[in-house]
Ligand binder design. Structure first.
Ligand code: IVH
Length: 681
């Protein structure tokens, strides 16, 4: 090849690589696989090694970190960013009020004010100011750690970069969104330029904000509503309404119309009004958020699992459509439960194409008499899985036969069983069932568990199919295995040097994990995040849990059901899990690969009750029992259900019975409600 031809080839290759860099980094829409991209770079390097005179400062091979690690830096949230529980009707709203009243022990005469604010369909973020200067901004991420989008956020006109009279530390939380009009305009532009259009304003907002090239974000019309606070070093107001006013004075737009309601009737009336107004609003909303106005009550109410007790979201009615059931498939979940899924003739419901809907279980299929080939009404509410509501019997075909639920697992052929009183059929294959293994690994790497980036559902399925992943332990052996593999990841279709490196990196980043996340990740039947936390708080280390489970069965059963919120059936599932030989092997192997951090019980180690084992009994005057327990836990105490030698304090309200008697017998310190209250101030 003459130098001239080499120069021409060099220019072409360089241009092509730059074009793909742009697609990858700025449009978030690569059109080449990583392998193909790496191929281009290798060609360029080969050319340059033959013709060194072609190397210039501009050459893609010379850029520092020519293809830098994709993605944003991470930011830990000072206060977790949580989600909201949902209510769908008047009864559930009434229950919400009742729960709040009971928790706070409010007298009948006390009214509860609620701020009803539109629920904006965008993406939430947290913006931190220190001494009035915007220092960083992050997406929600997994609620504890989000992506650093500081530079992107700074391009929004709705967000001040300096605030004059802000507290020294101020975190403002809110929703970045795109107005309907701006969304339409953007899509017209995208279409005209031959680029992909966005499915809805929320996707458009997310796609525009999460851009590594900030100039792209700047060119998009993004807006913001501030609606909540993260960390603050001084209070802004006494009410949520007051917070809105302060946020407005700092320059953050507030969602309107927002109203103050004092009972269920007012809430329902406001709901109707806003639902009617919905099509006329310039931005998309998917419901209304109700927040207790009184901030000191909000503080007392606190959180349960991932949502505050002081707020809930009232979703707008589900959108419905009619379509045909082409087939009914059976999916096998992580714990072996068989779920029937209707495969539908694809149909658009509220702007989203739906081709699957859950049929829940065998009883539901029978109750609704759903058959293959039926015309059915389906509905989709928010991000909940679409459901089959009813069959249109007048359109049923003569030959439509009732659906027979399988008696053997469609994946591993094991018998399916149903416990007495249970609605679900379960595959009895346990560890030999591949479907369960795949689902367990998906759960293990999911956001709330190990949160391994780059290991999405498709990747897990592929690796399991190929036998690379059989148990979660294999995840941590992937990199070693890959080194000696004839077909290393980077050489596979859809993978490249960079994506393989990134995957191993994110796996290695998660080798240290807190005990509660670890327990949750195991995917034990009925053990969600709350139970995992309670168990971790009680036993503090994996070894302690294993030892306890290996001991006398009756003793551990008693111990477990004595943990607040753990009932007999959860206790049985826990004991069964930890006593299964194969599970024990996996736990040992996992422990070798990981550093499992002991659960940090006390958020407040200098409190008088940190580390103490407490029992509450009887009726209390000042706060409900739920509040008392939540308060004690936040101060580092462990709550159990019955009195034993290990109990440090029994808090006895009025009408205490057998627990008080037992405490006295065992010489456990008994506190009156007043004494308990003085202990925690
Ligand atoms: S208050 C602890 N107010 O909805 C969470 N959230 O589905 C307090 N959202 O994560 C949030 N509009 O991102 C609040 N007016 C509003 C909202 C709102 C939308 C989002 C928020 C939250 C999600 C829950």
């Amino acid at each position: 090849m003459s130098l001239e031809i080499a120069r021409k080839k060099h220019a072409e290759l360089s241009q092509e690589i730059e074009r793909h860099d742009q697609k990858y980094y700025q449009d978030d829409a690569p059109t080449l696989s990583d392998g193909e991209y790496d191929g281009l770079r290798q060609d360029l390097m080969a050319l340059e090694s033959k013709y060194p005179e072609l190397i210039t400062a501009k050459s893609p091979t010379q850029k520092i970190g020519a293809k830098p690690a994709k993605g944003f830096g991470k930011i830990q949230h000072a206060v977790p960013m949580l989600s909201l529980s949902n209510v769908f009707n008047e009864e559930e709203i009434s229950d919400f009020f009742d729960r709040v009243r009971r928790f706070l022990k409010l007298p009948e005469t006390e009214s509860v004010e609620i701020v009803a604010e539109p629920k904006i369909d965008g993406l939430s973020c947290s913006i931190r100011y220190e001494k009035g200067v915007l220092v960083h901004a992050a997406t929600r991420g997994d609620g504890y750690e989000g992506e650093n989008i500081t530079e992107n956020i700074k391009t929004l006109d709705d967000i001040p970069q300096m605030i004059n009279d802000a507290p020294d530390i101020l975190e403002v939380r809110g929703e970045v969104y795109m107005s309907r009009q701006d969304f339409l305009t953007l899509n017209e532009k995208q279409a005209a330029a031959g680029k992909a259009v966005f499915a809805n304003p929320r996707n458009a907002a997310a796609g525009s904000l999460r851009q590594l090239d900030v100039s792209v974000t700047k060119s998009r019309a993004l807006k913001f509503f501030g609606y909540a606070l993260g960390e603050i070093n001084e209070s802004l107001a006494e009410t949520q309404w007051g917070v809105r006013e302060r946020l407005k004075s700092f320059g953050f737009p507030q969602a309107e119309p927002t109203s103050l309601c004092i009972n269920v009737e007012a809430i329902m009336q406001n709901y109707e009004e806003l639902n009617n107004l919905r099509p006329d609003l310039d931005y998309e909303i998917d419901g209304i958020v109700y927040k207790i106005n009184n901030l000191s009550w909000q503080e007392r109410l606190g959180f349960v699992a991932r949502s505050p007790r002081w707020a809930t979201a009232h979703k707008f009615p589900a959108e419905k459509a009619v379509t045909i059931i082409n087939d009914i498939d059976i999916q096998v979940g992580r714990t072996g439960v068989l779920t029937p899924v209707a495969r539908l003739e694809p149909i658009t419901v509220g702007g989203v194409v739906v081709s699957n809907a859950t049929l829940h279980n065998d009883d539901e299929i029978k109750r609704k008499d759903v058959r293959i080939s039926d015309h059915v009404v389906i509905q989709r509410a928010g991000d909940v899985i679409p459901q089959v509501v009813e069959v249109l019997f007048d359109k049923r075909q003569d030959n439509a036969a009732p659906f027979t639920f399988p008696k053997i697992c469609p994946v591993c052929d094991s018998l399916v069983l149903r416990e007495e009183d249970a609605v679900a059929w379960r595959c009895s294959g346990g560890l030999i069932c591949k479907a369960q293994a795949v689902e367990r690994i998906k759960h293990f790497v999911s956001r709330q568990a190990f949160n391994i980036e780059g290991m999405g559902k498709k990747v897990v399925e592929q690796f399991c199919d190929e036998g690379i992943l059989k148990t979660p332990v294999d995840i941590f052996r992937l990199e070693e295995r890959d080194k000696s593999s004839l077909t290393p990841l980077r050489a596979r279709e859809g993978w490249g040097d960079l994506s393989a490196k990134n995957l191993f990196q994110s796996i290695n980043d998660r080798r240290t994990i807190s005990l509660d996340r670890f327990i949750y990740a195991l995917g034990i039947s009925q053990v969600g995040e709350v139970t995992a936390k309670k168990l971790s708080a009680t036993y503090e280390s994996l070894n302690a849990i294993k030892n306890a489970m290996a001991g006398d069965k009756e003793k551990i059963y008693e111990e477990l059901i004595n943990i607040d919120d753990i009932g007999p059936s959860v206790a049985e599932d826990l004991i069964a899990f930890f006593n299964e030989t194969h599970n024990q092997e996996i736990l040992t192997e996992l422990a070798q690969q990981l550093t499992i951090k002991p659960y940090e019980v006390a958020q407040n180690t200098d409190s008088a009750i940190a580390g103490k084992v407490m029992v509450f009994t009887g009726t209390m005057e000042q706060m409900g029992r739920a509040e008392a327990k939540a308060k004690a836990e936040s101060l580092g105490a462990k709550i159990t259900g019955s009195v034993s030698k290990k109990t440090d304090y029994l808090v006895a309200g009025a009408d205490s019975g057998s627990k008080l008697k037992k405490a006295k017998e065992l010489g456990v310190t008994v506190l009156t409600e007043e004494e308990w209250l003085t202990l925690i101030v």
